[in-house]
Design a binder for this molecule. Structure first.
Ligand SMILES: *[C@@H]1O[C@H](CO)[C@@H](O)[C@H](O)[C@H]1NC(C)=O
Ligand SMILES: *[C@@H]1O[C@H](CO)[C@@H](O)[C@H](O)[C@H]1NC(C)=O
Ligand SMILES: *[C@@H]1O[C@H](CO)[C@@H](O)[C@H](O)[C@H]1NC(C)=O
Ligand SMILES: *[C@@H]1O[C@H](CO)[C@@H](O)[C@H](O)[C@H]1NC(C)=O
Length: 290
């Protein structure tokens, strides 16, 4: 009997090993902080490039490359002032996360903040040539695409963190991202009936197209900036839905894989869009993450 039992054990250990290779990894605090930092690197590059013409420096990038494709944006004086504040927050977030991580910090990843938007928006709305740095509206639409993703990523990440100091840090950053998203959503709502030039699509509908695309990659957890017609609010100027939430007053929560699917342009295992080489750190889509 003994040899047979050994054979059974060998079979089943091999089976378990294979299963655990397929099972999702549970990330450490450092993995989660690095994941958040990859998102913050993108946000910091987008805003600071738009106002300065250049993004993070070698020290804040942790040795990673500057994002490509971004330009100093053609923004109104008001939006320049608002964007300056957003940029400072995001640069500080990268620095805060990097300081907490110490030697565990990964460099900011390779990022595309130009043609990536053209591609994503083509996928969402079937239009060509969209560029985020041309006008106030385009710039807000570009920022809208990633800010809500950051907010939902923080809701997903925070309950996974174990150390109090890390929790404290993420709990301080997450509401700032929510403020940012709310500012963008409000500014877009106020422009809701404008047409996005030259596409002849209302801002309301443009935003809805972007939200639908994110919803597809992220398990339906998304909402545009107008209340649904089901509420009986189908008027020529619809009621606002400035806070995307689950119906119980809480923002949606996305898993790392749902976040990666959006920021990679559709598939969490295939780097692309904003992160052409994938994110740096253990949460990068090469292994599923719980
Ligand atoms: C990089 O940028 C940060 C944040 O703006 C600043 O504090 C730091 O002095 C800069 N470092 C270099 C080497 O320019
Ligand atoms: C709003 O109502 C009009 C008239 O009933 C209808 O034609 C239109 O499809 C509705 N729009 C939406 C987005 O449901
Ligand atoms: C993502 O890409 C992988 C590898 O190319 C593929 O097996 C998988 O079906 C794709 N998933 C989705 C949701 O498209
Ligand atoms: C991607 O994640 C895997 C699995 O967690 C890890 O082994 C690999 O080093 C990561 N790649 C990068 C570039 O960080």
């Amino acid at each position: 009997m003994a040899p047979k039992l050994t054979a059974v054990a060998a079979c089943c250990l091999a089976f378990l090993a294979a299963r655990s290779a397929l099972a999702a990894i549970s990330p450490s605090d450092a993995d989660i902080l690095n994941f958040a930092m990859n998102l913050e690197c993108l946000e910091a590059e987008y805003y600071s490039t738009a106002i300065n013409g250049y993004g993070l420096n070698s020290s804040t990038l942790g040795g990673g490359p500057q994002a490509t494709g971004g330009l100093k944006a053609n923004l109104s004086p008001d939006l320049i002032r608002i964007t300056t504040e957003l940029a400072n927050d995001e640069i500080n977030h990268v620095a805060d996360l990097r300081a907490h991580l110490g030697s565990a910090a990964v460099p900011c990843p390779t990022m595309d903040i130009g043609s990536s938007f053209t591609q994503i928006i083509n996928k969402a709305l079937g239009i060509d040539g969209f560029f985020p740095y041309n006008t106030d509206t385009n710039f807000l639409l570009g920022a809208f695409l990633f800010e809500d993703v950051g907010v939902t990523a923080f809701h997903g990440a925070i309950p996974q963190v174990t150390q109090k100091a890390n929790l404290e840090l993420l709990a301080g950053i997450a509401p700032v991202e929510a403020y940012h998203a709310a500012i963008l959503r409000t500014l877009l709502y106020q422009k809701g009936l404008d047409m996005v030039v030259p596409y002849n699509i209302r801002v309301f509908d443009f935003v809805q197209g972007l939200s639908n695309l994110r919803g597809k990659a992220g398990d339906g957890k998304d909402q545009g900036i107008v209340a649904p017609p089901a509420d009986g609010r189908n008027t020529s100027y619809p009621f606002a839905n400035l806070i995307p939430q689950d119906g119980t007053g809480k923002v949606f929560k996305r898993t790392p894989d749902e976040v990666l699917a959006i920021v990679y342009g559709g598939n969490s295992t295939e780097p692309g869009a904003w992160y052409p080489m994938g994110m740096n750190g253990a949460i990068n889509g090469s292994v599923a993450t719980s």
